[in-house]
Design a protein around this ligand. Structure first.
Ligand code: COA
Ligand code: AMP
Length: 633
């Protein structure tokens, strides 16, 4: 099939309004928007400002009303518990109504914030959609975070209520959520009115606090009730998703209702090429943006079936787990992070397990969340025999910035490139002074304002922080904080971050936040945390500590304590296991720690002695310390 991409991208560039007017027809509105974009509203303008609708209506009710109530909406598959379930659109509507009734009974109203701290279970999806139904703003918190991170989110969002479960299940342990939740509420100055807790048989929680409610019986009692979909302005918030920023304080990425529906519905057809009734599987977690956009909202907006998989790519039970799910549910398109494929490849280098399953339903694999290294892409192409499509985006954008739009006709693949900007995104590569650089030259990737529908209009309650973090450096542009280049053919290459964010197994983490925790140890004088290459996780953090003079305790003991601190304060997901005490940190004469050079040494990349270094011999010490720990790719 000849690709229509060029024509559609050019049409979008010449008339943004016409493009998004057409896309807006893909969803139901209670009041159709007369205005597509108003640049005078919000921080950089707002999409569909006079439109009214409801995201839950578009994800659920609309399909039932159109006579597709019997179609599968949600497939739950949990190898860690052995449970499986299927919900048709009509059944999903019943579940979401019951959850919405329970939320309303506990005082949740339009505009209230609902923190959802749950593992990958259907009730988490019901809670997201029920919030959307009422017009409450959900904020899902990933289970691998520590109480501190949960507290920061409860506090910043001023959550009225928390929906949680008694436990999450990791292959090696049961994670009791309730003690973490209680600790988080203890830490937060703001206290939610209620915590609705779903008891899971693997580990029941003690519901000792007055605010605790047993969610299971409450849902049972609410079965059969209906709660109407609130009529919301397109610009009303749908959710807040906190993501790592350059400090320990996470940024609350805000998503609206109208633009988000339009963009995600468009992306399902144009980018993923998935039709209503087909099965789409994003093997991620609802705690991340991939889970929000492509486990929950986009497939349901499209009337497709979505898979909610509570398991891992390996170990639940083996490296054939993904293929089993694809065969069992006839998955058409799979989306995951490259790290999952590196983990599978490590266990099954020849892809032998693929041959045990019928993967004939699978049309394509999409990869995102971190750079898709060409080696992994080629391996996946070889073992699966379908197009493997890298696409690049961020929590802030909510959908693809650069990709290879299967639904518009696939463009030739260049390994190492997520291909080309999607309609909606005018991408520029700028030098540090904000000037456009020639093709092939590395620079800051910036997106010309306005960002398209679906992208963040601002941070929650923090317009000034949004401007400072994303808009001020390059006036008229959104700064992606990714560095890369565009080649002569217009293909985009994403090479690294320009800030302190690292990507650990597809999870976005701030080394600055880890440094804050390391520095809080009483024996630590100063520290640096860098991301070093890892063959499975892409990157893992490594910490370097300089101890206070006079500290006589064993450095190995302090290293272990610091590892424990990061696990306790940020969470196991940080995978912070490598810490080295050194005598000094390499610095420039003005006192800036040379993290970039340390990272190159750790990754065995060529590096130059910085001209401004204070004392060159320190780098040799760092190299020796790294070598003794066998760190680096
Ligand atoms: N709740 C509680 N703890 C969690 C958790 C959750 N939802 N998810 C992960 N953790 C814990 C793990 O148990 C592990 O703890 P440990 O140090 O006690 O072993 C730690 O956090 C790190 O987990 P993870 O990053 O998952 O590493 P892993 O070594 O267990 O598995 C992969 C590695 C590659 C298999 C795994 O990261 C994976 O499946 N990645 C898929 C990619 C993905 O979903 N990316 C999201 C964006 S698309
Ligand atoms: P997150 O907000 O967690 O989705 O992380 C977004 C960041 O992950 C981006 O800014 C990139 O640094 C990185 N990233 C995501 N997808 C890709 C990709 N396809 N190629 C390169 N980097 C990516």
């Amino acid at each position: 099939m000849q690709s229509n991409y060029g024509e559609i991208y050019r049409a979008w560039r010449s008339d943004h309004v016409a493009h998004w007017t057409e896309a807006a027809r893909g969803v139901d509105w209670f009041e159709h928007p007369a205005t597509v974009f108003d640049e005078t509203l919000g921080v950089y303008g707002r999409w569909f400002p006079d439109g009214r609708g409801n995201t839950c209506h578009n994800c659920v009710d609309r399909h039932v009303e159109a006579g597709h109530g019997e179609r599968t909406a949600l497939i739950y598959d949990s190898p860690v518990t052995g449970r499986k379930a299927r919900y048709s659109y009509a059944e999903l509507l019943g579940e979401v109504n019951a959850m919405a009734a329970v939320l309303a009974d506990h005082g949740v109203e339009k505009g209230d914030r609902v923190v959802i701290y749950m593992p990958m279970i259907p009730e988490a999806v019901f809670a997201m959609l029920a919030s959307a139904r009422i017009g409450a703003i959900h904020s899902v918190v990933f289970g691998g975070f520590a109480a501190n991170e949960l507290a920061a989110r409860i506090e910043d969002s001023q959550a009225k209520l928390v929906v949680s479960a008694s436990c999450g299940i990791e292959p090696n342990r049961i994670v009791a959520y309730k003690p973490l939740l209680d600790a988080a509420i203890g830490l937060s100055h703001h206290k939610p009115d209620h915590c609705l807790v779903l008891q899971r048989p693997e580990h029941e929680a003690e519901l000792g606090e007055a605010r605790d409610v047993d969610l299971g019986p409450a849902l049972e009692a609410a079965r059969g009730r209906t709660v109407p979909c609130a009529s919301l302005a397109a610009t009303d918030p749908l959710y807040i998703l906190y993501t790592s920023g350059t400090t320990g304080q996470p940024k609350g990425v805000l998503r609206d209702n109208g633009g988000h529906m339009v963009a995600l519905a468009w992306s399902m057809r144009a980018i993923y090429g998935v039709s209503p009734g087909e099965v789409f599987w994003a093997a991620s977690d609802i705690g991340w943006v991939v889970g929000h956009s492509y486990i929950v909202y986009a497939p349901l907006l499209n009337g497709s079936a979505t898979v909610l998989y509570e398991g891992k790519p390996v170990g639940t039970p083996d490296a054939g787990a993904f293929w089993r799910v694809v065969e069992e549910y006839k998955v058409s398109v799979l989306f995951t992070a490259p790290t999952a494929f590196r983990a599978i490849r490590k266990e099954d280098p020849e892809g032998a397990l693929v041959k045990d399953y019928d993967l004939s339903s699978l049309r394509a694999l999409f990869l995102a969340g971190e750079r898709a290294d060409p080696d992994t892409v080629q391996w996946a192409e070889r073992v699966l025999g379908v197009p493997v499509i890298d696409h690049w985006w961020q929590t802030e954008t909510g959908w693809t910035i650069a990709g290879n739009p299967l639904g518009l006709g696939q463009l030739p693949v260049k390994h190492g490139s997520p291909t080309v900007p999607m309609p909606g995104y005018e991408l520029h590569v700028l030098d540090d002074a904000g000037h456009e650089v020639p093709p092939g030259t590395l620079g800051n990737i910036a997106l010309k304002l306005p960002l398209p529908p679906g992208c963040l209009p601002t941070f929650w309650n923090a317009d000034a922080r949004f401007r400072a973090a994303c808009l001020d450096e390059f006036p008229g542009y959104y700064k992606t904080a990714d560095a890369g280049y565009v080649d002569e053919d217009g293909y985009v290459f994403i090479m690294s971050r320009t800030d302190d964010i690292i990507n650990v197994a597809g999870h976005r983490l701030s080394t600055g936040a880890m440094e804050e925790v390391c520095a809080s140890h009483p024996d630590v004088a100063e520290c640096a945390v860098i991301g070093v290459a890892d063959t499975v996780k892409g990157q893992i953090p490594a910490g370097f500590l300089v101890l206070n003079s006079g500290v006589s305790r064993e450095s190995s003991v302090i290293e272990r304590e610091v590892v424990g601190l990061v696990r306790d304060r940020i969470g196991p997901v940080a995978a912070f296991k490598t810490v080295i005490c050194v005598k000094r940190l390499p610095k420039t004469r003005s006192g800036k720690i040379l993290r970039g050079t340390m990272q190159k040494i750790a990754d065995h990349e060529p590096w130059k002695m910085p001209a401004t270094i204070d004392d060159p011999s320190i780098l040799d010490e760092i190299a020796a310390a790294l070598q003794t720990r066998g760190i680096g790719a």
